[in-house]
Design a protein around this ligand. Structure first.
Ligand code: TMP
Ligand code: ZN
Length: 408
């Protein structure tokens, strides 16, 4: 029960039971060959909310990794804006600059950097997404970002002006090595920008499905500040984001003289008001997760008992937690549709619900569709209005368990 960052004693919070690899969509109905107990804990010392048992990164981020950033138009636009309005203004001399992305996935972000004629490099361990990045002309190294990789990059390319990472730092088990490697690769006035699902949003919305194997950590301003301080880095700015159900963008520098934006102080204050520094807040969260679980199961079982057909929209890593925690299978949810070709024809990890194409779902609409990609609600509802308007009702569970019937 030791904190993975500062080694202090933690308090156990949730126990969601045995879980498979969240993105380990099954090729056949075969039995999953790996499971671990999904348990969370909180460190009062460094304020880090984290997983008790962390499955090895190689089990998740491998050649078959099926998550492709470019699947969401909104995320593509989000990264366009990140490059245009945040990264480019930080670049002083275009010709001499170098931008590195940790977890470059299918190259959605770096393609924009490349198009601006700026030297770039992606670092990602998964071949499946790297091949997609390659097809966009994005340069990458297939590796985990760590001290060893950084030493090679530094020798071959030199130091970076900007290091960027989106939804990936929470996947890295050894945070100390990660931040020190970033510090090593950054020029003295370079900037590290990373954004992650935000702990404050998870607590407020009781979005417990943010908790799965890949999310070793759920960060907050107070935990990132403590991590930086202890490694002689400085957190000098933050920006709230509405992506991935509520995220926070953190700006970190090696330069300790950097002026700290008031947003950091205000963000910290807001977290104190939310009680993110207190164990009690997390024990309360645990109770609310259990209440939500029971409410969601009751609703699905009630719909089934009334002979309605129920299917799901989007086979997400988040849905692996929900389905396994709630013990729902294809008797409850007949199928789940997803736009990712690599997921179609597979089965959900643990619960073995078949994954079909969005087109199949549109041709065979159920009475109720559970919105598993609730973080893409606007994009999905706007898109599906044309195909599903008047035919289906949505079931939501974030922030509340509810039926959305009036959505046209
Ligand atoms: P995420 O919640 O981790 O971003 O995963 C989103 C999943 O939802 C991914 O598998 C792609 C899928 N998806 C659709 O099927 N249709 C859509 O319109 C969008 C935006 C996502
Ligand atoms: Zn700690």
């Amino acid at each position: 029960m030791k904190c993975k960052f500062c080694n202090s004693k933690c308090t156990l919070i949730n126990n969601f039971g045995e879980m498979p690899i969240a993105n380990g969509f099954l090729e056949s109905h075969a039995i999953d060959n790996y499971s671990f107990e999904l348990v969370t804990m909180f460190c009062e010392m460094c304020k880090l909310f984290q997983l008790f048992k962390q499955p090895l990164p190689e089990l998740m981020f491998n050649d078959r990794y099926p998550f492709f950033t470019g699947q969401s138009e909104r995320m593509t636009k989000h990264f366009e804006d990140l490059v245009e309005f945040t990264i480019l203004p930080l670049i002083k001399e275009k010709e001499k600059s170098f931008v590195v992305e940790i977890g470059s996935n299918d190259g959605t972000l770096l393609q924009k950097v490349k198009n601006r004629g700026i030297r770039h490099l992606g670092v990602d361990p998964s071949k499946s997404v790297n091949l997609e990045a390659e097809s966009k002309g994005v340069s990458y190294v297939q590796a985990f970002f760590n001290a060893q990789t950084v030493s090679k990059i530094k020798k071959e390319y030199g130091q970076a002006d900007v290091i960027v990472a989106a939804n990936v730092i929470c996947h890295v088990p050894d945070l100390k090595d990660l931040f020190l490697s970033v510090s090593e690769l950054l020029k003295s006035d370079g900037i590290f920008i990373f954004e992650e699902p935000y702990l404050g949003d998870m607590i407020e919305k009781v979005s417990f499905d943010q908790i799965y194997d890949e999310h070793y950590y759920m960060f907050s301003v107070m935990s990132v500040q403590r991590i930086c301080e202890s490694l002689n880095l400085i957190l000098f700015d933050i920006e709230q984001q509405n992506t991935h159900g509520g995220s926070m963008r953190y700006f970190v520098s090696n330069n300790n003289n950097k002026v700290i934006n008031t947003r950091v102080i205000d963000g910290y204050q807001k977290e104190l008001e939310l009680g993110l520094d207190l164990v009690l807040t997390y024990l309360n969260f645990k109770k609310k997760c259990e209440e939500k679980k029971n409410k969601f199961i009751s609703l699905i079982k009630k719909l089934k008992s009334e002979k309605f057909s129920v299917a799901g929209y989007a086979a997400t890593s988040k849905s692996t937690t929900v389905l396994n925690y709630c013990n729902l299978n294809d008797n409850d949810i007949t199928y789940i549709c997803d736009s990712t070709p690599q997921k179609v024809g597979r089965f959900t990890p643990g619960t073995k619900i078949p994954i079909v194409s969005t087109e199949f779902m549109r041709n065979n609409p159920p009475d109720f569709l559970v919105l598993f990609a609730w973080n893409h609600e606007l994009e999905i509802l706007n898109k599906e209005r044309e195909f599903l308007g008047g035919k289906i009702k949505w079931v939501k569970y974030v922030p509340e368990v509810e039926i959305l019937d009036n959505w046209i």
